[in-house]
Design a protein around this ligand. Structure first.
Ligand SMILES: Cc1cc2nc3c(=O)[nH]c(=O)nc-3n(C[C@H](O)[C@H](O)[C@H](O)COP(=O)(O)OP(=O)(O)OC[C@H]3O[C@@H](n4cnc5c(N)ncnc54)[C@H](O)[C@@H]3O)c2cc1C
Length: 177
């Protein structure tokens, strides 16, 4: 870790590493908790990622629980196609068809994930930093330090409020999630 004297330091109660759906959900859920939240993502949004682009209704219902109004906002802002059934199609032509009681949606993940991060920026007090990769992590007594890129670091003051590392290899940190 770079412990340079000139490092810019950000204090936070919770540091969220990764601004995908997991990290955004965590930031939205922490709204109103009184905790100072920092969310960091190495990518600049909107960013692409490998995905089938389907969004189950239950995912949106779950999001509605942590951020009331987000379901309607999704329907208004995110271009999508709704579906009521989907199928697994095998090379031999056989299929397994699933019929859903609630509609699911197909939307580009670049757009959907960008929408979620915008929701965090617009509706919460979380500080969001994109384009900076977390490169190291070290726990020191009752503090957790998170190094961010070169010369940057963030720390949490309490050990039970912690780094959330969605989509991130714990091996890089040398710690468990
Ligand atoms: C082939 C495939 C098809 C899929 N199809 C579907 C589907 O149709 N429907 C569905 O619901 N799910 C689908 N999934 C699963 C879904 O995409 C993921 O489970 C979900 O999006 C993961 O969200 P996440 O927030 O955990 O991770 P991610 O969205 O991957 O977010 C992790 C974020 O962490 C950031 N990050 C990583 N390392 C660092 C670092 N060192 N410092 C800072 N930031 C960092 C990344 O830039 C990224 O933005 C599919 C997955 C795959 C692989």
């Amino acid at each position: 870790m770079n412990e340079g004297a000139h490092a810019d330091v950000i204090e936070a109660d919770v540091v969220i590493i990764g601004g995908g759906p997991a990290g955004c959900s965590a930031a939205l859920a922490l709204k109103g908790s009184g905790k100072k939240v920092l969310l960091v993502d190495k990518a600049v949004f909107p960013r692409e990622k490998t995905c089938g682009d389907s969004i189950p209704a239950h995912a949106l219902i779950g999001l509605e629980n942590v951020s009331p109004g987000i379901y309607d906002s999704f329907l208004q802002k995110v271009q999508s196609v709704s579906f009521r059934s989907s199928a697994l199609v095998f090379p031999n032509g056989s299929q397994i068809v699933f019929n859903w009681t609630l509609p699911g949606y197909i939307a580009e993940r670049r757009i959907f994930d960008g929408f979620l991060l915008d929701r965090v920026i617009v509706t919460t007090d979380a500080q969001v930093i994109t384009g900076l990769k977390v490169v190291d992590y070290q726990r020191v007594t009752d503090r957790q330090y998170v190094a961010i890129s070169r010369g940057w670091k963030a720390w949490t003051h309490t050990s039970n409020l912690f780094s959330i590392i969605p989509g991130f290899s714990p091996a890089i940190f040398g710690c468990s999630r």
